[in-house]
Design a protein around this ligand. Structure first.
Ligand code: NAD
Ligand code: MG
Length: 416
């Protein structure tokens, strides 16, 4: 039974407002989404906020945004939040665990679900929102990489609206023909140019890459993001994941996607049509633009992003990526060609490797080695149904963790 503490006056005031659940509200995307919502109080009502373990941040968000529900995955953290919420007299119901995430992702009053959890952990709650027929704002790209076909098929069956928030995919979506829906193959499209900043190490030599630190990897030149995606941007795995994401979202083949290094991050991607037209979406690098677009589509709302100063833009550069220095791109392409659960294996190995790098257990250039070893060390299942995806995700984590542990013990014994 739904035991939400209702405030009748609020409920009356909420009529006509679109209820929004943010899965991962304490993260970088979550904060940007809350900022856009706060600028548009006449349209949206924050229904539910969720996080992993961050009690302090979620409590502050409960105070500021007064959601009906707040979820912490961690049960102990949830108990602490519940206590603080009660002592502060806030009418917020606190839930926990996967069940809590599922409840708020599928709640009848949640018209819009912002999928902003990082990594494979977002798969089940995002999929639940899709199955419940919500408008789902997809920032969390890893679930699409793991099981894109399932998302597209389920959205078609439920009538859910999938709106890409990843800046490149949102740009591509904006360049698609009027009335286009994610997942269908667009007519007249020849090619997609997926732009890439090149990350913080774009010009670094292969020798220098060996000794970069997590702090350097997380200092992105144009975007402020969570730590995992920052490292993915530095290895270019982010672009590999985004290529797979684009194949599912836009019904294209990998060879129709051209990755272009564009260091200024002003053009967020482009679509080339068979008549030679190339459409691009431009703007300052600020995730509030794609979030606002996806919230209001097909209308437009204020996002707080300042105007692009064209006269201030000295130049726009374009280069081909260097797959030699950034092997993660090649690994993502190979996993896409292999198909089935190979992209899920790639993603799981990458999550494990990035975490180990952030914990200083492996070096930056070992990230692709962990992924290559994992992809080579287990067969992919050709049928990427949900059970196979989740099973291979778990197995790949195990293979990758054992490889890292083996390296650590060899290093510990004096080997290099
Ligand atoms: P982040 O690390 O800043 O935030 C992650 C959020 O997910 C937090 O609220 C955290 O509490 C929650 N979370 C983490 N692990 C969880 C778990 N196991 N279960 C439930 N909740 C959990 O990450 P971010 O940078 O905001 O990125 C979120 C997603 O959006 C990622 O998939 C990323 O690739 C994608 N994305 C981010 C950006 C960006 O600018 N940050 C841009 C494009 C796409
Ligand atoms: Mg992106």
């Amino acid at each position: 039974m739904d035991s939400t503490i209702e405030n009748p006056s609020n409920e009356r005031a909420d009529r006509g407002l679109r209820g929004v659940t943010i899965l991962g509200s304490t993260g970088s995307i979550g904060l940007s989404a809350l900022d856009v919502l706060a600028r548009n109080p006449a349209r949206y009502r924050v229904l539910a906020l969720t996080a992993h373990t961050q009690v302090d941040r979620l409590f502050e968000q409960c105070r500021q945004y007064r959601p009906q529900k707040a979820v912490l995955l961690d049960a102990r953290a949830a108990a602490e939040l519940k206590d603080r919420v009660q002592r502060a007299g806030l009418p917020v119901e606190v839930l926990s665990g996967a069940e809590g995430l599922n409840t708020v992702a599928t709640h009848p009053r949640a018209h819009i679900v912002v999928a902003a959890i990082v990594g494979a952990a977002g798969l089940l709650p995002s999929l639940a929102a899709v199955r419940a027929g919500k408008r789902v704002l997809l920032a969390n790209k890893e679930p699409l990489v793991m099981s894109g076909k399932i998302f597209i098929d389920e959205a078609r069956a439920s009538g859910a609206e999938l709106l890409p928030v990843d800046s490149e995919h949102n740009a591509i979506f904006q360049c698609m023909p009027a009335g286009y829906r994610a997942g269908s193959a667009p007519t007249g499209v020849r090619r997609i140019y997926l732009t890439c900043s090149g990350g913080p190490f774009r010009t670094l030599s292969p020798e220098a890459l060996v000794s970069v630190t997590p702090e350097q990897a997380c200092a992105h030149p144009n975007w402020v993001m969570g730590r995992k995606i920052s490292v993915d941007s530095a290895t270019l795995m982010n672009k590999g994941l985004e290529m797979i994401e684009a194949c599912w979202l836009f019904g294209v083949m990998p060879d129709q996607i051209e990755i272009v290094i564009h260091p200024q991050s002003v053009i967020h991607s482009m679509v080339e049509y068979v008549d030679g037209s190339v459409l691009a979406q431009l703007g300052n690098p600020d995730m509030r633009t794609p979030i606002a677009h996806a919230l209001a589509w097909p209308e437009r709302i204020e996002s707080g992003v300042k105007s692009l100063d064209l006269f201030d833009l000295a130049r726009l550069d374009f280069e081909r990526p260097d797959a030699g220095r950034f092997p993660c791109l090649r690994l993502a392409q190979e996993a896409t060609r292999a198909g089935g659960t190979a992209p899920a294996i790639l993603n799981a190995a990458n999550e494990v490797a990035v975490q180990a790098f952030l914990e200083r257990r492996i070096g930056f250039t070992e990230i692709p080695r962990v992924i290559e070893h994992t992809l080579g060390g287990m067969p992919a299942n050709p049928d990427a149904e949900l059970g196979a995806v989740l099973g291979d995700d778990a197995r790949a984590r195990d293979v990758a963790n054992r490889f890292i542990a083996g390296r650590e013990s060899r290093v510990g014994m004096g080997a290099t």
